[in-house]
Design a protein around this ligand. Structure first.
Ligand code: NAP
Length: 245
C-alpha cells in the first residue's frame, strides 16, 4: 500500500537525509517538504533530485494533504506539527529531541487520538544497545557505577542527548532501587553521534558503545517507522515495536 509523506524542516540535516531515503522508496511518496520561507530555499536543497513544486511554507496545508508526517525539527515547531496532525487525524513519526515534561504530556495525550511513533534514536544499532544496557543493568547495575558518555557535533542543541536520556530511562526501568546515573557530554566538531554506557565495578568495567558514521541510519529507521505505522490504531509507539525487540 502506498502513502503520502510530509517532511517539515526538509532543509535540515535530518530532513535532507530522510528525503534521500524516501525518494528511493516505492511504498512512500513525498507529498510535501516544508521550508521556513519558500522565497529563500536553502542552496543545499539543490543537491536533491527533487521537484521544487513539492516544497511549501504552508505547514497546515502540507500536513492536510499527507497520510504520515515525519518530524525531525525543534520542540516548539514540533508542538505545532503535533497539533495539526491531531486535528487532521494524521499519523506522526517524531524524531525531534529536547522536549519539556509538558511537551511529552501533550504528545502522550495526542497519541490517544492518532498513531504516534516517538524515538530519540531511530537506528537499529542504538535500539539493540538499549536492550543490551537493560540486560547489563539488571545483572550488575545495583553494584556498579553507571555513566553515560556521548559526543555530538557542535550544532546539537539539547544536552544530554535524547538517546542518552533513553539509555537512562531504560537502565532505571530494570533497577530495583533509585540510583544516580551520570551524564558526560561533548559538543565538538562534526561527530554524528557516539554513545557509551559504562558499568564500573570494583575490579572491572563493561562498556556498551555505539558509533554513528552517517545520518542515514536514522533516516532509514524513520522511513521504516513510517511504513510500519500505516493503518495502526492510535497509540504511542517506539522503535522497539517496529524492530520487534
Ligand atoms: N530520533 C533520531 O534518530 C534523531 C537523529 C538525529 C537527530 N535527531 C533530532 O532531530 C532534530 C533535528 O536535527 P537536525 O540535526 O536535522 O537539525 P537541523 O539541521 O537544525 O534541522 C531542523 C529543521 O527544522 C526546521 N525548523 C525548526 N524550527 C522551525 C520553525 N519554527 N519553523 C520552520 N522550520 C523550523 C529548520 O529550519 P531552518 O533551517 O530554517 O531553521 C530545519 O530545517 C533534533 O531535535 C535532533 O536532536 C533525532
Amino acid at each position: 500500500m502506498s502513502a503520502n509523506v510530509c517532511i517539515p524542516g526538509i532543509s535540515g540535516r535530518m530532513g535532507l537525509e530522510i528525503t534521500k531515503v524516501l525518494l528511493e522508496n516505492s511504498n512512500l511518496h513525498l507529498s510535501s517538504g516544508v521550508v521556513r520561507n519558500i522565497n529563500q530555499i536553502p542552496k543545499k536543497m539543490d543537491l536533491l533530485d527533487l521537484d521544487k513544486d513539492k516544497l511549501s511554507s504552508d505547514l497546515s496545508k502540507s500536513i492536510v494533504e499527507c497520510d504520515i508526517c515525519i518530524d525531525f525539527t525543534r520542540p516548539n515547531y514540533s508542538m505545532e506539527i503535533l497539533e495539526i496532525c491531531k486535528n487532521n487525524n494524521k499519523s506522526l513519526i517524531i524524531g525531534t529531541t529536547g522536549y519539556s515534561k509538558q511537551d511529552i504530556q501533550m504528545i502522550e495525550s495526542a497519541s490517544k487520538l492518532i498513531p504516534i511513533l516517538k524515538s530519540s534514536n531511530m537506528s537499529v544499532g542504538i535500539n539493540l544497545c538499549l536492550e543490551l544496557a537493560a540486560r547489563a543493568s539488571s545483572a550488575i547495575g545495583e553494584n556498579s557505577d553507571i555513566d553515560i558518555i556521548e559526543h555530538h557535533h557542535k550544532h546539537k542543541v539539547d544536552m544530554p542527548s535524547g538517546t542518552s536520556l533513553s539509555f537512562e530511562d531504560r537502565i532505571k526501568s530494570v533497577l530495583k532501587k533509585e540510583k544516580e546515573i551520570n551524564h558526560h557530554c561533548l559538543r565538538v566538531g562534526n561527530v554524528v553521534g557516539d554513545h557509551t554506557v559504562k558499568f564500573t565495578l570494583q575490579d572491572e568495567s563493561i562498556e556498551i558503545h555505539h558509533k554513528s558514521f552517517d545520518r542515514k541510519i536514522f533516516a532509514n529507521g524513520a522511513v521504516l517507522a513510517a511504513e510500519w505505522i500505516l493503518n495502526k490504531e492510535p497509540g504511542l509507539y517506539n522503535m522497539s515495536d517496529v524492530l520487534a525487540m
